[in-house]
Write a protein that binds this ligand. Structure first.
Ligand code: SF4
Length: 455
């Protein structure tokens, strides 16, 4: 069995499963956020009763992250609905924006967008926060009410996005009926060249198979090139499985994974035991392709979909209005360090927005020092508008006052993961997806640029 089949067999109490089998799966963690949480809670109350209790308090993680730093009162109210539910059910894993469990969240627009407006437990973007807070473990099953839940497959677990109705059902039962996906294997060999990042790997692969090329399939990453990648890089790759239509993305857990997971579970006092899925010899794939990482070059997904691939070096004619670095995919500490490596000591030529994925990333960038200045300072001095309000921000547009949102037709290069029309605001905007290196180089030049010219 493949990694996905092995995990699903175990989670359904069977010795074996085959692609196409419909099975009831036990959930290890259910994740929800401020956009889908209120709907999920509504389904739960409607179907299980107003006084019903969730199936397992320890297995539910609620992370408000999407429409947070906005004066839109309905968005603020969504966070209050989550807090009410957490209080009603006594849930331990709620990463609230405010510290007062009886309070109400209200964004104060008068204080501006740049300085932090959150309390001690706020965690930032759910997919990046989940591992930081010790909620991912090899061999487990994670369901989340968000399509990029697949990011946690980087840790060797089965992780996939689901809708509110399914999530409401899980809240009551802990189970979900799913069809076992076929598995595609992507075998990575060689090493990335200077200037090429994990983002280029996934953009290259999606360009190869198309933005629907993995529809309802598991994307399994293997080979020496995969094993050599760090956790941040694996997360970038599995995050975008859904951009090829994938059910999930998955790496085999190894020592790199165990070190990361063990440290985060210990630091946060979360469940520390897990059973990784082993790579077996009898794996059957519906697609099996090798990729030489050393042959890859800085890659861009052009407007209007993540499979519309081109090399950065061929797109110099595309002038830009804006550059954006942030999101679960592109807002990690390592992403900002790569971005800063290029813009440090220079000045961006277009409006450039930086949104760290989590408060932990904000802290890292304030603490990291280069020549007596923090990386945060280097970024600001280069003209990057940096906000401490870690969240999804303009990755998915959001209310009109969202930081970095494109409220008119603009052309933007972005380290985020999705570029369908209207994704970052105005429906006539154009978004080009690229690595943090390529976004930084392009921000300096004011046109899409190959970062190797700047390194
Ligand atoms: S940062 Fe973007 S892709 Fe990630 S969860 Fe938020 S909206 Fe979705």
């Amino acid at each position: 069995m493949t990694l996905t089949e092995t995990i699903l067999a175990r989670a359904s109490g069977r010795a074996r499963v085959e692609p196409g089998d419909n099975i009831w799966v036990n959930t290890d963690v259910l994740l929800t956020h401020d956009v889908c949480g209120p709907g999920t809670i509504g389904v739960f109350h409607r179907e299980f009763g107003r006084d019903a209790k969730v199936w397992d308090r320890e297995k539910i993680v609620i992370i408000p992250d999407h429409y947070i730093f906005t004066a839109d009162s309905l968005s603020n109210r969504n966070v209050d609905i989550l807090r009410d539910f957490v209080r009603e059910q006594h849930l331990p894993y709620f990463y609230d924006v405010i510290d007062d469990p009886e309070g109400h969240w209200q964004f104060d627009a008068a204080r501006g967008q740049l300085k932090r407006q959150y309390g001690r437990s706020f965690a930032g973007v759910c997919h990046t926060a989940l591992p930081e807070k010790g909620h991912v473990r090899p061999g487990e099953v994670l369901f989340g009410t968000d399509s990029h839940t697949c990011m946690a497959g980087a840790f060797g677990e089965f992780a996939t996005g689901i809708g509110n109705t399914d999530a409401g059902f899980i809240l009551g039962t802990g189970k979900l009926l799913i069809k076992v996906p076929e598995t595609m294997r992507f075998y990575l060999d060689g090493a990335l060249q200077k200037g090429v990042m994990a983002k280029d790997v996934i953009l290259h692969v999606i360009g190869e198979i198309g933005f629907d090329g993995a529809t309802y399939r598991a994307m399994q990453w293997q080979g020496p090139g995969a094993s050599a990648l760090g956790m941040d890089d694996r997360m970038t790759i599995t995050n975008m499985a859904i951009e090829a239509g994938g059910k999930n993305g998955i790496f085999a857990a190894d020592q790199t994974t165990f070190d990361f997971v063990d440290a985060r579970c210990a630091a946060n006092g979360t469940k520390a035991d897990y059973q990784p899925a082993e790579l077996s010899r009898d794996q059957r794939f519906v697609y099996d392709q090798a990729f030489d990482l050393s042959a890859l070059e800085p890659t861009v997904a052009m407007h209007p979909n993540p499979g519309n691939r081109a090399l950065a070096k061929t797109l110099g004619h595309i002038t830009l209005d804006r550059a954006y670095i942030g999101s679960c995919t592109g807002g990690k500490t390592s992403d900002f360090l790569a971005f800063a490596e290029i813009v440090r000591g220079k000045r961006v030529a277009v409006d450039t927005f930086g949104v760290p994925a989590t408060p932990g990333v904000v802290d890292d960038l304030h603490k990291a020092q280069w020549n007596g200045r923090s990386v945060w300072q280097w970024l600001e001095e280069a003209g990057v508008q940096m906000t401490e309000n870690a969240s999804c921000a303009a990755c998915l547009g959001g209310p009109v006052d969202t930081f970095g949102r494109m409220n008119k037709p603009l052309t933007c290069i972005s380290a985020t993961n999705r570029n369908f029309p209207g994704r970052m605001g105005h429906k006539d905007s154009k978004v080009y997806l690229a690595s943090p290196y390529t976004v930084a180089a392009s921000a300096l030049a004011g046109r899409i640029s190959d970062p190797r010219e700047f390194l």
